[in-house]
Write a protein that binds this ligand. Structure first.
Ligand code: 3NM
Length: 223
């Protein structure tokens, strides 16, 4: 990648951001990703974490397979918390939390690839941006079943507070977001929604993604 992605482009990729690993999926992860891409997912994050997560060669093989699917349709593929894997795959970006390596250090290692950072306070958000984050993941907005060590639930108000504090950067809300909550999240200030269970555990994955994306786009367009 020759230069950093423009923030308006990043915002568009955040609209319907699927986050997943094999442990989140009821069906085969490749099938889940295929359905989500068919439904219009705008970005995919490989987050192979938690009890029963793959390691070593099977993990690499799954990441490659999912990345291939994304590449074929031009959807960015982001790796959670593993710079080596991201570089080995030549992924489009990396997403890190507050407990991981500093954003500044990851930025140095990944060049112009997209960098996402999880932030829970205005202070963390400011620091992440100063250190080179392209977007912020803010959550958990609602209670989540998908992250054992999630912070306290913040509610959509945190998004509003970040915007009020002048943070104009691309922001995606995460944590417990379902189709019924999309509008509230976007109206509070998010550019999109990052979702695990509402997609990976949906009976109709493609429809779930389509509905969520439609709500994001409508909520952005009608201020
Ligand atoms: N990060 P679901 S919440 C991966 O608050 C992750 O930073 C969070 O899964 C944060 O959509 C979360 O199933 C889990 O609630 C999101």
């Amino acid at each position: 990648m020759s230069s950093r992605m423009l923030s308006e482009t990043v915002r568009r990729h955040l609209q319907m951001y699927l986050v997943l690993g094999s442990v989140n999926c009821l069906a085969e992860p490749g099938w889940v990703v295929q359905q989500a891409l068919a439904g219009g997912a705008t970005m995919v994050q490989f987050r192979e974490k938690g009890r029963g997560a793959l390691t070593g060669a099977p993990r690499l093989e799954l990441a490659r397979r999912l990345q291939d699917q994304c590449r074929r349709v031009g959807v960015p593929f982001i790796v959670n918390d593993d710079v080596e894997l991201a570089l080995e795959l030549d992924a489009d970006g990396v997403h890190i939390g507050q407990d991981d390596e500093s954003a500044a250090s990851v930025r140095e290692r990944i060049g112009n690839r997209m960098l996402g950072v999880s932030a829970h306070t205005i202070e963390e958000a400011r620091r992440a941006i100063l250190q080179g984050a392209d977007y912020l993941g803010v959550g958990p907005i609602y209670p989540t079943i998908s992250k054992d060590d999630a912070n306290a639930v913040q509610g959509p108000i945190i998004l509003h507070e970040l915007r009020k504090a002048g943070m104009d950067v691309p922001i995606v809300g995460i944590g417990g977001i379902t189709v019924d909550r999309v509008e509230e999240v976007v109206r509070a200030g998010a550019d999109g929604v990052a979702v695990i269970s509402a997609v990976t555990q949906a009976e109709q994955i493609r429809t779930a993604v389509e509905e969520m994306k439609k709500k994001v786009v409508l909520s952005i367009k009608s201020p």
